[in-house]
Design a protein around this ligand. Structure first.
Ligand SMILES: Cc1ncc(COP(=O)(O)O)c(C=O)c1O
Length: 383
């Protein structure tokens, strides 16, 4: 357990507190500092700072790992989604059905193509509810954009069946779910395109902004190469307006080093999740799992009664938690006037969700402390 001392206000005795942070980015860096430093120095030395050889290596590695033909490195998960949608021809007049519960980049990416997001309800596992999706389909619906929320892959059998039946494009927002599995398949292998974020908070994380798009289609890959660099062909001839969304070589170089440790990192998260499941399932609602769900636990999220009081209590114990995300996308100020969709279950669960600390920086004492603190809260403070 990480121990530091904190001083109480004047007059109060000094007590040792044992903070349990949600994540520890510095520690993640220090774990393989020498390798990361060398990777950066190597890029500084060869000087190909954008789309250098490490970008190509990373694109090939991620594509192969995820069972896809092509990887296209971009500079964020948000850009991956915007470009991914555009590469499928999504634009003004189109509706894209997505979940109600995600980081707002998901809805923004749809809006920024000129299309309209339509918000489906979620199941108790916090992923999009396929039955809700089907109810929301209209003549204008062009695509489905499910989010593998918290690192758990959505019900892809149902969603791919719906997409095929209604002739819809399928874009996976796999920002939180690198390496997650559903039955025999891996996140990123289901959609026409799949989009990943590798920002520092993610399980497979760079040390800055980074994103990746996967596809099996050579046409889509070529269009994405153009879209990520000003809509150009051969770097000079602009065939459609585009952004500058290329992936930095330094990020790719560091991601290649982090890739080698990925299995270890995910294994540790699953171990922690198993302890939480075992110790907390009688006290709060623990994540809904099935044996084959292949959850990678980007977040370990419980559904808790008296959530706000529990959060405050855990904070007073030095345990950092997070509500991911407190405002549903259709209820954000930017969307609530015109949001179409259904989100009654999402409203119910969003009042209860709380993400607990998870990651390599935690040891068994930390996890036991989180569990006993939650148990104490419900025994002593909750009626
Ligand atoms: C579900 C989801 N979609 C999209 C994004 C956007 O990724 P980025 O922050 O790399 O732009 C995130 C990032 O947190 C995310 O969690």
């Amino acid at each position: 357990m990480t121990t530091s001392s904190s001083t109480k206000p004047t007059g109060a005795p000094t007590v040792a507190v044992t903070p349990v942070p949600l994540l520890d980015l510095k520690r993640q860096y220090l774990t393989i500092k020498d390798e990361l430093d060398r990777a950066v120095l190597n890029v500084l030395d060869h000087g190909k700072f954008i789309l250098g050889p490490e970008v190509k290596e990373l694109e090939a590695k991620i594509a192969e790992y995820s069972g896809c033909k092509y990887g296209i490195g971009v500079n964020s998960g948000t850009d991956a989604l915007i470009l991914g949608l555009k590469s499928l021809g999504i634009g003004p007049g189109d509706e894209v059905i997505t979940t109600s519960l995600s980081w707002i980049a998901t809805a923004n990416s749809i809006t920024l193509t000129g299309a309209t997001p339509v918000f489906a309800d979620v199941q108790d596992d916090l992923n999009i509810d396929p039955r809700s999706v089907e109810r929301l389909i209209t003549d204008n619906t062009k695509a489905l954009l499910p989010v593998h929320f918290n690192g758990k892959v959505c019900e892809m059998d149902e969603l791919t069946t719906i997409a095929e039946k209604h002739n819809l494009k399928l874009i996976e927002d796999a920002a939180q779910a690198f390496s997650a599995r559903y039955k025999d398949n891996i996140a990123g292998s289901f959609g026409d395109v799949a989009c990943f974020s590798m920002n520092p908070m993610k399980i497979f994380a760079g040390l800055g902004e980074a994103g990746m798009i996967l596809t099996d289609s050579v046409e889509i890959k070529d269009r994405l190469h153009s879209l990520r660099y000003a809509g150009t062909v051969d770097r000079e001839i602009c065939v459609e307006p585009g952004y500058n969304s290329r992936l930095d070589t330094i990020q790719a170089a560091m991601l290649l080093k982090r890739f080698d440790r990925l299995d270890e990192v995910i294994e540790k998260r699953r171990e922690i999740a198993n302890i939480y499941n075992e110790k907390l399932h009688d006290i709060v609602m623990t994540p809904v799992n099935s044996e084959s769900d292949g959850h990678v636990y980007y977040a370990y999220t419980i559904l808790a009664d008296d959530r706000d009081d529990l959060k405050e209590f855990l904070e007073s114990e030095g345990i950092e938690t997070k509500i991911r995300h407190p405002v549903l996308m259709p209820q954000q100020p930017a969307y609530k006037e015109n949001a179409r969709g259904e989100f009654s279950n999402a409203e119910r669960v969003v009042a209860k969700i709380l993400s607990l600390p998870i990651g390599e920086h935690l040891d068994r004492d930390d996890i036991d402390f989180v569990c006993s603190s939650i148990s104490d809260f419900y025994q002593k403070y909750s009626n």
